[in-house]
Design a protein around this ligand. Structure first.
Ligand code: BG6
Length: 255
């Protein structure tokens, strides 16, 4: 605590909480853009928060990405986490297997001793395939479960980085540029005012569904992510932000 005071982390948290109208902000020391270990600290802070908010047998809906992977990596067996059911927030978004929400759910369950369910949805869906999947009984059952999540935990990405990482088509990249997309979360892309400008066709949570959850934990750090975090929060789906000093200080320059 003395160290947190010394680095001014408590003050940063307070400022961000007030300025962004969040219920809870946690700022960990460092900048994950340049210091790779900081992502693990973000992960540890997220697990701590999850332990605080989880009730026995809660459904937790989880997004993909390297930050969520870091969250999964630092989970350990725990009396409450062991009773949780982890489900992916949305189906395939074009990520590498290790960063897919499905993989991360199974990792979280394996490390904490909990249960998981998977959403078997291929990455590139045609309109017809999408329609027929929506009518599939098993998929419907999982989607119902995903929508019932008490806690949602997710990362926030920079739009262009995410589109490139997912090998988006030149048309999609042009569209994102044209619409000035700056942020991405759950496969939705946002402009700086928080408007959705593009979404990846898949099944799972809609952004309105996320608002139904009792707790929404966004975990995103790194100085370069500041505009993306601010843009996503403008969309209005927020509750708790877990970030690092690099992103926190940069965000305060913009607001
Ligand atoms: C994606 C999630 O997989 O990862 C997004 O669906 C998130 O919600 C993104 O924005 C962030 O990735 P990273 O690697 O920066 O944590």
């Amino acid at each position: 605590d003395v160290i947190r005071e010394w680095f001014g982390l408590n003050h940063l948290e307070h400022q961000l909480k007030e300025q962004l109208g969040l219920n809870k902000v946690i700022v960990v020391a460092g900048n994950s853009l340049t210091q790779t270990w900081v992502k693990n600290d973000l992960g540890r802070a997220a697990v701590q928060q999850l332990k605080q908010w989880a009730e026995p047998h809660s459904v937790v809906s989880v997004a993909g990405g390297t930050t969520m992977e870091a969250v999964a990596q630092v989970m350990t067996p725990h009396p409450v986490l062991r009773t949780l059911l982890y489900v992916p927030a949305r189906g395939g978004l074009g990520e590498k297997v290790e960063y897919q929400a499905n993989t991360i759910c199974s990792q979280m369950a394996a490390r904490s001793g909990g249960q998981y369910r998977l959403l078997h949805v291929p990455d590139q869906l045609s309109e017809e395939a999408y329609e027929s999947l929506l009518h599939d009984e098993q998929i419907q059952e999982i989607i119902k479960l995903v929508k019932s999540a008490r806690i949602v935990i997710h990362g926030i990405g920079e739009a262009n980085t995410m589109a490139t990482r997912r090998k988006a088509s030149p048309e999609t990249l042009a569209k994102l540029k044209n619409k000035q997309a700056v942020a991405e979360a759950f496969g939705f892309y946002f402009d700086r005012n928080g408007n959705i400008v593009h979404k990846i066709q898949t099944v799972g949570l809609k952004l309105e569904d996320i608002k139904q959850a009792e707790h929404i934990i966004a975990v995103a750090g790194g100085q370069d992510k500041a505009p993306a975090i601010l843009a996503f929060l403008k969309h209005g789906v927020h509750d708790c932000l877990i970030t690092d000093e690099g992103a926190a200080r940069e965000m305060l320059q913009y607001i």
